[in-house]
Design a protein around this ligand. Structure first.
Ligand SMILES: *Cc1c(COP(=O)(O)O)cnc(C)c1O
Length: 379
């Protein structure tokens, strides 16, 4: 089955009691049993709930995996993966990781004796140099936020297999419509469903997908034991969101491409970070592993002045100033004062987060209106 058909049909079946085409919101904590141990597959909603179950099957299908699990947030999904480890185990990750992922690694799991390394993964040799007998996870995020760096998933899979570690890919930015990490050798795909999968800025949720039976067993054991599950109502909203994922992503990509080119040609703009440009340092890898380049774009201003960036962001009207990304509405963010404000200036500038860097999550509005808004704000 092709992607669009899977997105709409996988995991969902007409309700057997009424024929309702939409999976009902099973707002229930428990399920009546005919006799002890004689139930219909559902016993208690932390363990399994029919609405969540439909979504988990749908997510597994669109990621070309066998098993899906949903969590209360993207970070709760990450929490589940790291809980598969033991004290003394080591994780190798990227040096421009999503801030929240960095925080849970460093401030929660390091004190339980798990060691984290952060390197520039654009060069696989940097990862290879850190591999030892304790390496248990290689954690990849691609494209990265906000610099839009691309990491070669196949190269990372080669390294993880060489040392028996699991490769986990945070596929939040690309979505399964643009990138299929499991097909490229990853063991686990992780999502902040909050972003493109939900797609309407109305749900916070996370997900994991794997095809490995042993990993799945651990994943479900931790999901049930730690209990960071997602609610039936939220599962329903995301099931609805995913039905248009392919349509939304096509428009995000189309609008993103036009806006990236508009910015590149603008006299006040210095650099534009978007993996679709042949001049992007990892364009070849992006072309190899992605089916499109998405709607996330970052750019800097000539002169690199903080006040210029703040004035532009303030003068944008259609692009709303907000954290998050991936919704139908366009958003703008200023990493140096928002997402990356807690990182010292010298440190953040090393990875490219300079004072004038502006990040756009290009929505699915009419692109002419978006360009007009950018145009007047830059003026
Ligand atoms: C938002 C985000 C997360 C965290 O997800 P939440 O749903 O906010 O907990 C993780 N990774 C990436 C790339 C993100 O953008």
């Amino acid at each position: 089955m092709k992607f669009a058909t899977k997105a709409i049909h996988e995991g969902v079946h007409p309700d057997p009691t009424t024929g309702a085409i939409m999976t009902p919101i099973y707002q229930t904590s428990t399920y009546v049993q005919d006799g002890v141990g004689n139930h219909k597959g559902y016993e208690y909603s932390r363990t399994l709930n029919p609405t969540r179950h439909a979504l988990e099957k749908n997510l597994a299908a669109i990621e070309n995996g066998k098993y899906g699990a949903c969590f209360g947030s993207g970070l709760a999904a990450i929490d589940c993966v790291i809980k598969m480890l033991n004290p003394g185990d080591e994780v190798i990750s990227t040096n421009d990781l999503y801030g929240g992922s960095y925080r849970i690694f460093k401030t929660i799991f390091e004190k339980y004796g798990i060691k984290f390394h952060f390197v520039n993964m654009q060069d696989p040799a940097n990862v290879k140099a850190l591999i030892n007998e304790n390496t248990k996870i290689i954690w990849v995020e691609t494209p990265t936020n906000p610099m839009m760096n691309i990491i070669d998933i196949e190269a990372m899979a080669h390294l993880s297999k060489s040392c028996g570690a699991m490769l986990c890919v945070d596929n939040t930015f690309a979505t399964p419509f643009l990138q299929s990490p499991l097909d490229l050798g990853a063991d686990i795909v992780m999502h902040s469903v909050t972003k493109y999968l939900g797609g309407h800025s109305d749900v916070v949720m996370g997900a994991l997908v794997t095809s490995d039976d042993a990993i799945a067993q651990e994943m479900y054991r931790i999901q049930n034991s730690s209990g960071a599950v997602t609610a039936p109502m939220d599962s329903f909203l995301v099931l609805r969101g995913i039905k248009t994922l392919h349509l939304r992503m096509e428009r995000h990509c189309e609008n993103g491409e036009k806006i990236a080119h508009f910015l590149l040609a603008h006299p006040k703009v210095d650099k534009v970070y978007w993996p679709g440009f042949p001049s992007h340092p990892n364009h070849d890898v992006a072309k190899k592993q992605m089916r499109g380049f998405g709607g996330m774009i970052s750019f800097t201003l000539k002169g690199n002045l903080l006040e210029d960036a703040l004035a532009i962001v303030k003068n944008m009207h259609l692009f709303a100033l907000a954290e998050s990304l991936g919704g139908v509405e366009s958003l703008v963010g200023h990493p140096a004062t928002m997402t990356h404000a807690s990182i010292p200036k010298e440190v953040r500038e090393l990875s490219g987060v300079v004072d004038s860097l502006i990040r756009l999550s290009v929505g699915v509005e009419d692109v002419e209106d978006l360009i007009e808004d950018l145009s007047q704000a830059l003026a």
